[in-house]
Design a binder for this molecule. Structure first.
Ligand code: HEM
Length: 373
């Protein structure tokens, strides 16, 4: 998509398409759309009362409701809770890597970058990670609108949401009766001024986390490996200086952003870089384009390990800044550092690798490795 973004930044930095949806491509405008919640609302379904858990969840709310939900969930999703996962992430990394390494037909996505975040998020939520096939089907359907099953049937957004509601409702009621040491039990306990999360709030948060935990960190990991395949010098440089890995993760987030866009709905008329946007319009903020804006990132189309001033917007900007960013960073850093430590040598089979068919998330649906030692 990156050539297309460059064209749009130059010729149509703010563009209204035939459906009346506005698209925003430059860095400063994208930041403004993502963060100015008084004009650009996250309640994409407007003022209609939210019926489904995703529309009820914090990613689809504005202040003051957003503030309340966010502080309740962050009580359960603390940096301490994330840091406690470190040794478990190391263990899972080791185990998955062993399987990838031993496999006769290694596929980085299938055997590593997909299962790692799913197992972590499932354990954090306290749901069996053996259900990961279903999690994948559901979250693919949520992100892309539908998902084809092996038996030829199709699972739609609505079916997926319905099945997730049933699945999590059962777990929530069982935790109500007998709490465990997991996120769902902590969410049930969270309170502010006597106000607790409703059943719908908890459902929304569980579904949001499962989808966010499934569709993003996977792409960060495979985008990093693909980038290191394209830039073997960077991989060598990292071997000599493993402490630069966190920087490499940040540059990957900029260079190949796992989430390419986020949308908003205008509440009132506004002026953005000289263009008048009417109220009630969908606005798509192209994160993937903002992160390639060379007025902010010189030589933006190059992966530069030692880049300074890396103010990317891959995790968003403002009040909705990704709640899972510390977790995503931790997983990526542990997994990629481990690969350096064991001196992983790999060549991606570019011809058989496939990008996910979506303009929302950017990553690979398969990434076979020709060499894996
Ligand atoms: C919000 C990206 C991983 C949970 C966001 C937003 C972005 C984003 C761009 C802002 C949404 C907006 O402005 O409308 C990413 C990327 C990830 C990642 C690139 C991985 C590389 C995760 C993980 C979790 C997570 C692992 C949870 C386990 C959330 C939540 C929000 C959010 C709950 C909503 C925050 C709010 O509305 O206040 N993420 N995310 N994300 N993300 Fe992530």
């Amino acid at each position: 998509p990156f050539d297309g973004y460059a064209y749009m930044r130059e010729h149509h930095p703010i563009y209204e398409d035939e459906q009346g949806v506005w698209h925003v491509f430059c860095y400063e405008d994208v930041k403004e759309v993502l963060s100015n919640y008084a004009i650009f609302s996250s309640k994409r379904s407007g003022d209609i009362e939210a019926y489904d858990p995703i529309s009820a969840s914090l990613i689809s709310q504005d202040p003051p409701r957003h503030r309340l939900l966010r502080s309740l969930v962050s009580q359960a999703f603390t940096p301490k809770a994330i840091a406690a996962l470190q040794s478990r992430i190391q263990e899972i990394t080791k185990e998955l890597f062993h399987h990838l390494h031993e496999s006769a037909s290694p596929d980085f996505v299938k055997q590593f970058s997909y299962p790692l975040p799913v197992i972590v998020i499932a354990e954090l939520l306290g749901v069996p990670s053996s259900d990961q096939e279903r999690f994948k089907e559901w979250s693919d359907a949520i992100v892309t609108g539908s998902h084809a099953l092996e038996n030829g049937e199709e699972i739609t957004y609505d079916n997926a949401q319905q099945e997730m509601i049933e699945y999590f409702s059962q777990i929530i009621s069982s935790r109500k009766k007998s709490p465990k040491d997991d996120l769902i039990s902590r969410l049930l306990e969270a309170q502010i001024d006597g106000e607790a999360l409703s059943h719908m709030d908890i459902l929304g948060f569980c579904i949001l986390l499962l989808v966010a935990g499934n569709e993003t960190t996977t792409n960060l990991l495979s985008n990093a490996i693909y980038t290191f395949h394209n830039y073997p010098d960077v991989w060598h440089q990292l071997k000599a200086n493993p402490e630069l890995m966190d920087q490499a993760v940040e540059e990957t987030l900029r260079y190949r952003s796992p989430v390419q866009n986020m949308s908003r709905l205008t509440i009132s008329e506004t002026v953005l870089s000289g263009r008048i946007l009417p109220p009630g319009k969908f606005v798509v903020a192209w994160i993937g384009s903002a992160n390639r804006d060379d007025r902010v990132f010189p030589q933006a189309n190059e992966f530069i390990l030692t880049r300074t001033n890396l103010r990317h917007v891959a995790f968003g900007h403002g009040i909705h800044f990704c709640l899972g960013a510390p977790l995503a960073r931790l997983e990526a850093s542990i997994a990629l550092r481990y690969m350096l430590d064991v001196d992983f040598q790999f060549v991606v089979d570019e011809k058989r690798s496939e990008l996910i068919n979506s303009n929302f998330v950017y990553g690979f649906s398969r990434m076979p490795l020709e060499q894996c030692t």
